[in-house]
Design a protein around this ligand. Structure first.
Ligand code: ADP
Ligand code: ZN
Length: 721
């Protein structure tokens, strides 16, 4: 090749042509450094003829500067990147960049210097060094990583190294990961598990695209079933990718994986240190990382010989990325499996309607596990009508739920209260003048976090200390908390059951995989009586002594403008209910509601999942909603409210008039101000068959807006805020 077309890492430039200097070896997928004006830019050599671009005369092309010492991105990954860019209407370079997510890895292997405590204990220590030593116990990392862990400057640590408190260790940045053994501890499977495992193993052996929906009730032992497919991949020397919706869940998974295969898998998520990212990325690209478990971003890792993808808790909406490239990892996982020619297993107890529909029409093979493993029974679910059983004034738990909590504590069993709202109270106001605390950057109330004594915006992250007096009228001691968050429920439990050991489980408390592991160990060790948590506790956990689940407000999810609200409520409540009675002791679930006759609540009470899904399917069909129609959201924003409004109106006014396309809006977004930007939304509803992306592209392309206006497109949107 004397000239190549490259995807360069600059969304505005997109693709550029370069000359390949004599003696340089490149092929499609090669990661290269290219000149750009006086600077250098990273890029990926693309396949000839696949990307449009201007045909510069060869004499004008500048030569590539270097090829990075990493394997070229393989063809299936290049096809996936093209598909994502096209389907999600994102710049090719933004998608390609996700595949090269460790800058350090691209520069090659080698050794690096890490530091750890020497254990020396000098008689006199500055308070700063003393505090640093406490935080660095058991840690090893580069100076920069340790500085972040200990919250001190690099200089402090260098000083400590000079004083003999820290020692340097040379580590091979490509040192291999421990070897997983497919036959380390093979479980005895139930008949259901064996039947599922057999199908998966056959598919792994066939080395062809095969999508499965593993539809098994909570506690049916789905993990053990798909682990047999993982074992088969290990035997064949192929790699496996397991996607989990939350990093908080990885610790539980790691422990189970290690028990089964004798070594932990390789992890991939945003809280990895940069040296860990580098090592993992290189092991994936080199084919030595056998099994990777990770968050959605792991989907774009450059696997050398992928053999299987598993998406666990596949219904979870955290697989949907809402900023940057807006993609749904569940759907991208299926596409990757297709391009790689490997099986993919979507596992869930409450599959998304979209997935069920794919099983229904034969695209996915449905594998059902209808019973809990080991003879455990499904929990008894009852409705607690709050109109009939009102909680005491200023409280949120109805008397029957309070009695049930007391009963479990007396028996030494665990309870779990679910409320999907972090903090203490969602709204704080002044009793004296009526002032309400609102975010300065967003159209949202500030949520009181009493544990950290702060008011926080859950949309932009803005935080301020909770004041003692009203900022408006200056009256002291006049602030009232309105409505409950998990912290307030935990306070209520502490009043009702003063002896109970209560744990709050939210993204505020489980801030790292280590914290999550600590929580799991405490819960399993019987050191917690009552868990109060958000959606973070609804999934994955298995606590044998947990026999009571209370859903504090089942109506909450139904109130937003979300078109999938009923499905989401069903999934969340069914998942949290699924935490109860997973072992020998039967479980009980109490659902607090003001709408006991709402279809979703009734279905939860009767345990009639099929009836709920059937009704929901019909509702979607008649509304032309997914999976029977397509949605796309167009979000227009600007720091200038009038500018955003004008741009949104122009988009609305130029909407194509097509028989199978409806455009709703523009309307101010429910969150009409976010991070200082005013927002308008349009919702496009198209028939399944229509090419919604092409229509939107042709519609928006000719429009010109002022510089400050941003127009984003969200294909298959989940959030409507
Ligand atoms: P699910 O993911 O379907 O909700 P899990 O995979 O968490 O269910 O399994 C529930 C519990 O049963 C777990 O504690 C798991 O270790 C145990 N279990 C499942 N299958 C087996 C088996 N074949 N042998 C021993 N224990 C099993
Ligand atoms: Zn805000």
């Amino acid at each position: 090749m004397s000239r190549v077309r490259c995807v360069v890492f600059n969304a505005a430039l997109g693709v550029l042509d370069y000359r390949v200097p004599a003696g340089m070896d490149v092929e499609p997928g090669s990661v290269v450094v290219a000149p750009l004006g006086p600077r250098q830019i990273m890029g990926v050599v693309w396949d000839e003829g696949r990307l449009p671009g201007a045909d510069f005369p060869e004499s004008k092309l500048r030569p590539l500067l270097a090829v990075m010492p990493v394997p070229p991105l393989a063809a299936p990954l290049r096809r996936l990147i093209e598909w994502c860019a096209d389907y999600y209407m994102a710049p090719l370079s933004s998608v390609a960049r996700m595949a090269l997510s460790s800058g350090a890895a691209l520069r090659g292997g080698g050794t690096l210097t890490e530091y750890r405590l020497t254990g020396a204990e000098p008689a006199r220590l500055t308070p700063q060094r003393k505090a640093a030593i406490e935080k660095l116990e058991g840690q090893q990392g580069t100076i920069r990583e340790l500085a972040a862990i200990a919250s001190v400057s690099d200089a402090v640590l260098r000083g400590m190294a000079g004083a003999g408190l820290l020692e340097a260790v040379q580590v091979d940045s490509d040192r291999p990961f421990p070897h997983a053994d497919p036959d380390f501890a093979t479980p005895t499977l139930s008949d259901d598990q064996q039947a599922a495992a057999d199908q998966f193993v056959d598919a792994v052996r066939a080395e062809a695209f095969a999508p499965f929906l593993l539809d098994g009730v909570t506690g049916s032992g789905k993990t053990e079933a798909y682990c047999e497919a993982i074992a088969e991949c290990l035997r064949k020397g192929r790699q496996v990718l397991v996607l989990l919706p939350e990093i908080a869940l990885t610790e539980t998974f790691l422990a189970r994986f290690e028990a089964r295969f004798g070594a932990p898998p390789v992890t991939w998520h945003s809280s990895l240190k940069s040296s860990e990212r580098r090592r993992a990325w290189r092991a994936v690209a080199g084919g030595t990382a056998q099994v990777v478990i990770g968050a959605r971003s792991a989907l774009f890792l450059p696997f050398a010989k992928l053999g299987l993808i598993v998406v666990d808790e596949a219904h979870e909406i955290s697989f949907k990325q809402d900023d940057g490239v807006r993609y749904n990892a569940r759907d991208v996982a299926v596409m990757r499996a297709r391009f790689e020619g490997v099986p993919v297993i979507l596992a869930s107890a409450t599959p998304a309607l979209e997935s069920l529909q794919m099983a229904e029409n034969g695209t996915y093979t449905r594998v059902v596990m209808a019973d809990r493993f080991g003879g455990a029974t499904m929990p008894e679910v009852s409705i607690l009508n709050l109109t009939e059983h009102p909680p005491e004034r200023g409280r949120w738990l109805a008397p029957p739920l309070v009695e049930a909590l007391k009963d479990r504590l007396a028996k030494g069993e665990q309870s779990l209260l679910f409320l999907n709202r972090r903090g203490y109270a969602p709204l704080t106001l002044c009793r004296h003048c009526g002032y309400r605390f609102k975010c300065a950057n967003c159209s949202a109330w500030l949520v009181e976090h009493r544990l950290s004594r702060r008011l926080a915006c859950h949309h932009c992250g803005h935080e301020q200390p909770t004041p003692d007096k009203c900022p408006e009228c200056g009256q002291p001691d006049c602030l009232v908390a309105c409505g409950p968050g998990v912290e307030r429920i935990a306070d209520e439990v502490a009043e009702i059951l003063p002896q109970a050991r209560v744990a709050i489980v939210t993204s505020d408390t489980l801030t790292s995989p280590a914290k999550a592991a600590e929580f799991v160990a405490m819960a399993q060790g019987g050191a917690i009586d009552v868990i109060v948590g958000t959606q973070l506790v609804t999934k994955g956990y298995h606590f044998p002594e947990l026999t009571l689940v209370g859903v504090v407000d089942a109506d909450m999810g139904l109130e937003g403008g979300d078109l999938r609200a009923a499905e989401r409520t069903y999934q969340q409540v069914a998942q949290v209910a699924g935490r109860a009675g997973r072992a020998s002791k039967p479980g009980e679930v109490l659902i607090q509601t003001r709408h006991p006759t709402a279809a979703v609540i009734a279905a939860l009470a009767s345990g009639d999942r099929d009836a709920f899904y059937a009704a929901e399917t019909e509702a979607r069909r008649s509304a032309g909603a997914p999976p029977f129609g397509r949605w796309a959201a167009i979000i227009v924003s600007s720091e200038d409210e009038a500018e955003a409004r004008t741009a949104a109106r122009e988009i609305g006014a130029t909407a194509p008039r097509l028989p199978d396309l409806a455009v709703l809006g523009p309307a101010p977004a429910p969150l009409s101000l976010l991070r200082g930007r005013y927002r308008y939304r349009l919702l496009v509803n198209a028939r399944r068959s229509s090419e919604v992306q092409r229509v939107i592209r042709e519609w928006l392309e000719p429009l010109r807006f002022p510089q400050g206006v941003r127009v984003g497109v969200d294909i298959d949107p989940y959030s409507f805020v």
